[in-house]
Design a protein around this ligand. Structure first.
Ligand code: MN
Length: 506
């Protein structure tokens, strides 16, 4: 029996789930040699919220980050999370932008593209899959796992068959909320292994404490690989940590015995503990612990903790339970859509509006767009009365075709806009400009000699899928914290990390 392969998420989902995606490239680089040498099947280094975070909070060009990480991690395949037609944003983009984004990422060294659609509408994956194949890279199609009266194991199996037929090189069962119970994981993975020939990955979160057991069951059922991370960017709302997973599989015929050197893992743990402490403004004990609350409400853990903050801001802290109970109702009316970026935010906000103003008194634009089919085909039918209301409000009928077919190509226009602003009209900058125009402009603007303290930025719309962390005010410089031997230190100033070296003077 082949040992199960571990993929490591510490450089993407690990800090997205536990530190609001704030790990900087400078904080990643010192760990790269160790991470690259451990023999992980893949390293998730990019995508998801990291691109938004690079631009919005860290003042980094995300493509330059990818280039640096590729140079520092040359041996292990790099993996990224791509939101299909939404790329790494929250709305649909035209095919030419999706294609250009994939091409640029491939050129910078991305190897495996894990592509999902929040609605599991495969029409939203087709363009990205084609672009990945055209670039000669690995296209991993995703099944977003969720629970609802319309989501059955059979439905997921059918989706798996469809993904293979589309030309995907592997399939990821993405359990973004950490809801998959071991027995279901076993049934689903076994069923997929019987129906498709391509490798299967299980990605889960330990939010409710199920991931370790679910992984074990999946390994029993023949899953090819599982996603793990490194403590302290692991467990809780993140992936189970590597050491724990090896221990959990001890004695199992598929245990990767002898792989993942414990000494190196310990060194990485020590290193990342320092980084975790440096990111203390963005971490929270609520994300670190296993909490079965997520099971009660069936919503992702990150969304739960984020919601507590949002409700506080709205002076609705006492309405938490009411809003949580409204979420399944909103989901039902919107066709039982899974809760993952961006649908988690759309459903959560609508539930809040329903509680605050009365049901459907205030229908948000994204909710209208879901009803009108602009995000794709919903898993179940939407509420007919609500659809009529949305059609009337929007003055248009529900669309049945693929939403992106209605979008005009944009690359030429984006490049013209860049030129007008005096920025280089490259494909990389054009795709970033398409998704994050203001944030990109700020990053490209000439920097003053001394970085001034800037006001705390607002939370991104993706915040529902990331752990809740109030944007911390930029205060006095944090103390210098060094890691390991040597005299090189990172100085964190205004949320940015500056590598400095310290010399002893007599
Ligand atoms: Mn995840």
């Amino acid at each position: 029996m082949k040992p199960v392969i571990f993929n490591n998420t510490v450089l993407r989902d690990g800090h997205q789930s536990l530190a609001a995606t704030r790990m900087t490239t400078a904080q990643m680089l010192p760990a790269c040699a160790d991470l690259d040498g451990l023999g992980f099947g893949a390293l998730e280094t990019w995508g998801g919220a990291t691109i938004d975070s690079c631009l919005r909070f860290l003042g980094e060009n995300p493509f330059e980050r990818l280039g640096k990480l590729k140079a520092a991690l040359p041996k292990t395949p790099h993996m990224m999370l791509l939101r299909g037609q939404n790329i790494v944003q929250y709305t649909s983009f035209p095919d030419d932008v999706v294609t250009a984004f994939v091409k640029c990422s491939a050129e910078r060294g991305m190897d495996i593209f894990r592509i999902f659609d929040a609605l599991n509408d495969t029409r939203n994956l087709v363009t990205a899959v084609k672009a990945v194949k055209a670039a000669g890279k690995h296209a991993q199609g995703v099944i977003c796992y969720t629970t609802s009266p319309v989501h059955t194991v059979d439905m997921f199996l059918q989706l798996g068959v469809e993904l293979e037929a589309m030309g995907c090189d592997s399939i990821c069962v993405k359990d973004m909320a950490g809801l998959i119970p071991p027995h279901i994981a076993h049934t689903l993975i076994k069923g997929l292994k019987e129906r498709v020939k391509i490798p299967i990955v299980l990605h889960s979160h330990d939010t409710a404490g199920l991931a370790g057991a679910a992984y074990y069951a999946a390994v029993d059922a023949g899953v090819d690989s599982i996603d793990v991370s490194i403590t302290p960017f692991a467990n809780g709302t993140g992936q189970p940590d590597t050491v724990r997973m090896v221990a959990l599989l001890e004695g199992h015929p598929r245990c990767p015995t002898g792989a993942y050197d414990p000494g190196v893992l310990q060194r990485l743990r020590d290193y990342f503990s320092g980084v975790y402490a440096d990111l203390g403004k963005f971490t929270s004990p609520a994300n670190e612990r296993v909490d079965s609350d997520t099971l009660c409400y069936q919503v992702p853990g990150g969304m739960l903790s984020n919601f507590r903050n949002q409700l506080k801001e709205q002076n609705m802290a006492d309405k938490f339970d009411q809003v949580m109970l409204e979420i399944p109702y909103v989901r039902k009316c919107l066709g039982w859509i899974p809760l993952v970026t961006p649908t988690s935010q759309i459903v959560g906000t609508q539930a809040m509006l329903n509680v605050k103003f009365g049901r459907w008194k205030n229908l948000s634009q994204p909710a209208i767009d879901i009803l009108l089919g602009k995000y794709g085909r919903t898993p179940g039918p939407v509420d007919p009365e609500l659809l009529a209301m949305a059609e009337k409000k929007a003055g248009q009928k529900r669309i049945e075709g693929r939403a992106a077919d209605l979008l005009e190509p944009r690359m030429d226009k984006l490049k013209a806009e860049l030129k007008e602003k005096g920025f280089p009209a490259t494909d990389e900058l054009a795709v970033l400009h398409a998704m994050f125009p203001q944030e990109l402009a700020k990053v490209l603007a000439p920097k003053p000699a001394v970085a001034p303290a800037s006001p705390a930025p607002a939370a991104p719309p993706s915040a529902a899928a990331t752990p809740a962390v109030p944007a911390a005010p930029v205060a006095a410089p944090t103390p210098v914290i060094g890691h390991g031997p040597g005299k090189k230190y990172n100085l964190t100033l205004g949320g940015r990390v500056y590598p400095v070296s310290v010399e002893e003077v007599a």
